[in-house]
Design a protein around this ligand. Sequence first.
Ligand code: FAD
Length: 620
Amino acid sequence: MKYPKIYDVIVIGGGHAGTEAALAAARMGQQTLLLTHNIETLGQMSCNPAIGGIGKSHLVREVDALGGAMALATDKAGIQFRVLNSRKGAAVRATRAQADRILYKAAIRHTLENQPNLDIFQQAADDILVETGKAVAVVTQSGIEFACGAVVLTSGTFLGGTIHIGLENHKGGRAGDPPSIRLADRLRELKLPVGRLKTGTPPRIDARTVDFSVMTVQPGDTPLPVMSYLGDVSMHPRQINCYITHTNERTHDIIRSGLDRSPMYSGVIEGIGPRYCPSIEDKIHRFADKDSHQIFIEPEGLTTHELYPNGISTSLPFDIQLALVRSMKGLENAHILRPGYAIEYDYFDPQNLKPSLETKSIDNLFFAGQINGTTGYEEAAAQGILAGLNAARRTQGLDAWTPRRDQAYIGVLVDDLITHGTKEPYRMFTSRAEYRLLLREDNADQRLTEIGRDLGLVDDARWQVYSDKMTAIEQETARLRSLWATPTNTLGQSFIDKTGEVLTKENNALDLLKRPNVSFDDISELTESPVSAEVGEQIEIGVKYAGYIDRQQVEIGQMKKLEHTLIPDDFTYHDISGLSNEIVQKLEKVRPTTLAQASRISGVTPAAVQLLAMMIKKSK
Ligand code: FAD
């Protein structure tokens, strides 16, 4: 049956990429359909119920700055909030929230169900119809054909998914959910470059069988952080503690005793797993000299006894899982509610994607999330919003938009994926960005909200909050610049009394703030500042890091020349004498869109970039 309504954009998959993609396309006014296996699992967290952390919170804030749902859902569902690296520089500070799994899903579903221009339909997508090289429709399991202008595929770990527990394995998209086999077969027929990856999750534990009194308590931070620029602590539900226990020599012996029945070590699993989130069997193998690992015991929610033991992801057989859990302090009598497992799934080489996340081989087909070789909810959401907005722009006849590496971690993520591809699940770190001082989690709104407004992603309410904040920053900066302190006047005297700092000449209040030991709170107290702590933080960071930020701006200015040199789509590298075969092959494979992207391909030398620059100029 052909469905009577024709959609502009169809998004397949209601996970973290799919929900942001569907919301973005609909916010931009395009008629959008979110087609997913099961409405009950919209926004489901497949693994640990936590959002944010180092590098990841930067992505969440960027999605938020562009009007996305993840940060606000976290504020409504977060049961423990912490700021990581709080004593380090602003560039690497990161907010992390433990979320109530049920509240998080409910918040995402509520946002989706109340989004104008967005329909939701529950059923598996089995086929994507392609006509004259373009995606034109999606066919469901029961044969319903939905015609559309563009498709965004965000099927996560479901394509050809195989779940492993010990040497037992079965087909599945994640525990309790069906895999996508027909769609996986169909994508192979379409000759998209497919590979296999794997990821894993720990067994879950019943809190009623745990002795918390022998564990270290880990409370959340005070004052309570928020995730969204529109967030407020009053949105947070009740806050609770996490706990810490450790593995020990006995735990490690138990794990070693089960390795012959491990699907990873016996060669049953071929896919490569996440290096930075290894299974416990991988950890004791790779860090053989360590006799203990820290394990965080994290509650899954306010209305459940289920606990997530962060750090013991495993695919060992169940008897070994039970013994290893019970070998740890406080878990001697633990009951396992759900066994841990590993999952192997299809992903597609992201070098086959354009910066817009459209596939190079099929027009109007966009990929986002885990199927592009990434891991993590935040990485998925970041790609989702980008793919959704670009699918919408495609159906509006507009050019694609992708942030540059100096504008957003989203830009870093996409550029890394399409330029280098990935052989293992890719996760974000602050160390992946070369302009870290500019790409902070605290200033994502200043980097992206105005652009988001122009793109049609940011609604009036968010725009108002942002505009008010920017006005407050401007006015307060001007006020501080006009307040003068001398060694003898009142402001100068109170400054010396409060801080013990020496004043030898006249300074304005902004100059005082430049001093390393002086905070905005100090200045605020002395000058009776009318602004919020958030505005004060922006002024303080701007003043204290001004020199470094200016230096990064100079570097960016130099790089921009290369970013602005576009390489024509039909540019041929073979004809350029002076380029080695190896470089030609690499350029042909990636087909960079700008000279800057070409310069980031490993093995493409500065001399080759210069030669390319000349040839591009000549070809114009
Ligand atoms: P998903 O969240 O998986 O969502 C995919 C959605 O697509 C689902 O709603 C599914 O029902 C739907 N779908 C799939 N196929 C079809 C179809 N044919 N038709 C209709 N709907 C379809 N991340 C970490 O950061 N750290 C970890 O330790 C970690 N461990 C993990 C362990 C396991 C076992 C799993 C499964 C995932 C783990 N992840 C981990 C990854 C994290 O869950 C994903 O990165 C994230 O959920 C990816 O988001 P996504 O939107 O791409 O896909």
